[in-house]
Design a protein around this ligand. Structure first.
Ligand code: 6CS
Length: 335
């Protein structure tokens, strides 16, 4: 049984003689998708561990506005918890844009997840910068390798020339596509299906499960298995709210956050594998799947490399220190 904890609402007695806690947890995805399933599982575990004292309402994408609206809601404490993609906070936490750099993490999603779990650069240094904006990232996790879908074949950088590429809002993501010659523009994913269908945009990047579940492949002709980046999401909490909880409750959250790292790794693996088959077998909406040779991938890597220097000199507020530390950690991971 949980002792009375700071941060609880005095509105009932669900835990016998203890306090009850009612929190909001918003995600950028909808029922069935990885972020939403994560939040549901998180809520279930917290409720069980607290003998019913903690009740977390999980919100799917759309109910509370756009991804950027959700960032503001977490900052103001309107919601206590959020799954957030760094791709929507780049105008605020400049350093967080390192996730926009292509070919930064190892090709193996498993090794990438291990780096995300253990990285001091991310879990200490980058966390501090987010906390200046009332956002505490408690963990970073992969939703899988990202792939490109497009209305024209993409197998070499020149194929991107002038392509209207949809991205999230962080300026460095747009910069990464300008490096290939594309014409990127940011957009909420809530508008993406229609944008692709009507040709407002002609391509996009996402993990396979998301491409399949959001049916982007229906309105695209090609999917290039580029594995050019990992989709990284963060489990975040409002900093003041979290700091106001007592230690017992903080530990329960931290423990659950840690347990969820392997859970979400398995969940995204399963969903990405399943949706690859869905896309391959969708005869009504055929998608040509392009596998890049090592040589073709190297041509993209070459174009992507200078974006790191751009990040160091034009984006970073700490001369690329966090990126450099992360690069050392990646190298130590040995892939
Ligand atoms: O492309 C996007 O913006 C969305 N993609 C994923 C995998 N999750 C949520 C995000 O908003």
């Amino acid at each position: 049984m949980l002792a009375a904890c700071g941060g609880g609402d005095d509105e009932g007695n669900a835990a016998g003689d203890g306090e009850t806690y009612n929190w909001k947890f918003v995600t950028e995805e909808i029922d069935g998708q990885v972020q939403y399933e994560y939040a549901e599982e998180f809520a279930k575990r917290m409720n069980e561990k607290s003998d019913g004292a903690v009740n977390i309402d999980v919100y799917e994408f759309g109910g509370l506005g756009s991804e950027s609206d959700q960032v503001e809601q977490l900052q103001s404490g309107t919601v206590e918890m959020a799954v957030m993609s760094p791709g929507f906070t780049g105008n605020m936490v400049k350093e967080g844009q390192l996730f926009a750099l292509h070919f930064l993490f190892p090709d193996s999603v498993e090794t990438t997840q291990e780096i995300l779990n253990d990285s001091e650069a991310l879990n200490t240094d980058l966390r501090e910068l987010y906390e200046e904006h009332s956002i505490s990232p408690l963990s970073y996790w992969s939703e899988g390798a990202m792939q490109w879908t497009s209305s024209r074949e993409i197998s070499e950088p020149a194929d991107f020339e002038g392509l209207k590429m949809r991205t999230q809002t962080s300026p460095l993501i747009l910069e990464s596509y300008k490096a290939y010659g594309a014409d990127p523009q940011s957009m909420s994913w809530g508008e993406l299906y229609t944008g692709l269908d009507q040709g407002t945009v002609e391509g996009q990047e996402n993990p396979i499960f998301f491409i399949g579940d959001a049916s982007f492949h229906e309105v695209q002709d090609y999917m290039t298995l580029s594995n050019h980046n990992n989709y990284v999401a963060m489990t975040t909490v409002n900093t003041d709210w979290y700091n106001g909880l007592d230690e017992e409750m903080q530990s329960m959250i931290d423990e659950t956050v840690e347990e969820m790292q392997s859970w979400v790794f398995d969940e995204q693996t399963k969903q990405n594998e399943e949706y690859l088959e869905v896309i391959k077998n969708d005869e009504e909406n055929p998608t040509e799947i392009i596998e890049l040779t090592e040589e073709q991938r190297n041509a993209f890597k070459e174009k992507a490399e200078p974006v790191r220097d751009f990040y160091r000199t034009e984006v970073s507020t700490v001369d690329g220190e966090i990126l450099d530390k992360l690069l050392e950690e990646i190298e130590a991971a040995g892939e």
